[in-house]
Design a protein around this ligand. Structure first.
Ligand code: PDD
Length: 285
């Protein structure tokens, strides 16, 4: 039976109930984290906690919990070997619907669940992702990991309709990020380019390790926005996220990247990432 966490209790999924006056439901007044689990261990949990606390701080949501402890217990109670833990915190429940925040002291709603999924044996790694670009019409604080995911969801459906794997979003002709991943390219001169950390993108936890592995391999890393044209001319392109890890991109708007097959350097970064995860402590759990 699947056990989920809700406000201090570990209960069967059918027993976890949330009020219709929860601000997470009515205003997407909530933040979240998705943490990957490999070999039964949480990957990079400390960095996820740091980002969660930053997101909470930016929105003045007062919530404190043993985030790692909750995630660890869920992994254990559900016998999860590979997959993810989802953790969400909303500002809590209101008396009535009101845009303004309830009085300080309102208890946040905290819930989490574990989900099984193959992260390492993913066929996408062998064939690479096909991407289309679309304008980034999200709000302008994408550095906060809120549950306002409707635009990302709409874009995922555009990808499905176009018969491709995902969407990279753009501001003018510059790529910001994927719908739920960070976007990167490697130029023909062997320079990895990745959008700088600012309000236009989520500061990805996997991105940190991807850039570190690339540097360790001797690649130069430039943190700046790249254009759609630069991406099309790149030798390689890839994405990073907790659920896809490092995944090659082989096509952008119908244009083949490199020779149209997953790039060698991308493959090496993915393998180095997976090796570090299996090795344990080098990627903080
Ligand atoms: N998404 N950018 C966006 C918009 C994201 O939603 C995510 C993660 C990332 C990558 O961040 P990280 O490497 O920390 O997972 C970048 C998660 C996986 C999701 O919403 O399911």
């Amino acid at each position: 039976m699947r056990i989920v966490y809700l406000n201090g209790d570990y209960v069967p999924r059918t027993a976890a109930k949330i009020s219709v006056f929860d601000r997470g439901l009515l205003f997407s007044d909530a933040v979240y984290e998705v943490v990957s689990v490999i070999d039964g261990r949480l990957i990079d949990m400390e960095r996820h906690v740091t980002r969660l606390e930053r997101s909470l701080g930016e929105l003045s949501i007062n919530a404190f919990a043993d985030w790692s402890g909750i995630a660890r217990k869920l992994v254990a109670k559900n016998g999860l070997q590979e997959g993810l833990v989802y953790l969400q915190v909303s500002r809590g429940v209101m008396e009535d619907r009101d845009y303004r925040w309830p009085a300080p002291g309102t208890a946040p709603t905290i819930f989490a669940f574990a989900q099984s999924r193959d992260l390492i044996e993913n066929p996408l790694a062998g064939r690479g992702m096909r991407i289309i670009t679309r304008p980034d019409l999200r709000w302008q604080r994408c550095d906060i990991k809120t549950t306002q995911l409707l635009y990302a969801s709409l874009m995922k459906m555009e990808a499905v309709a176009a018969g491709v794997d995902d969407v990279w979003m753009t501001e003018g002709d510059l790529v910001t990020e994927g719908t739920s991943q960070n976007a990167h390219i490697i130029t023909r001169d062997g320079v990895l380019i990745s959008h700088q950390l600012d309000r236009a993108i989520l500061p990805g936890v996997t991105r940190i390790e991807a850039l570190a592995q690339a540097k360790a391999m001797g690649l130069a890393v430039e943190e700046r926005a790249f254009s759609i044209d630069e991406a099309k001319q790149a030798a390689e392109a890839f994405i990073s996220s907790s659920t896809l890890l490092i995944m090659p991109v082989v096509e952008i708007d119908g244009h083949q990247i490199g020779d149209g097959r997953p790039g060698n350097l991308t493959g090496r970064i993915r393998q180095a990432y997976i090796a570090a995860v299996h090795a344990g402590p080098s990627i903080r759990g």
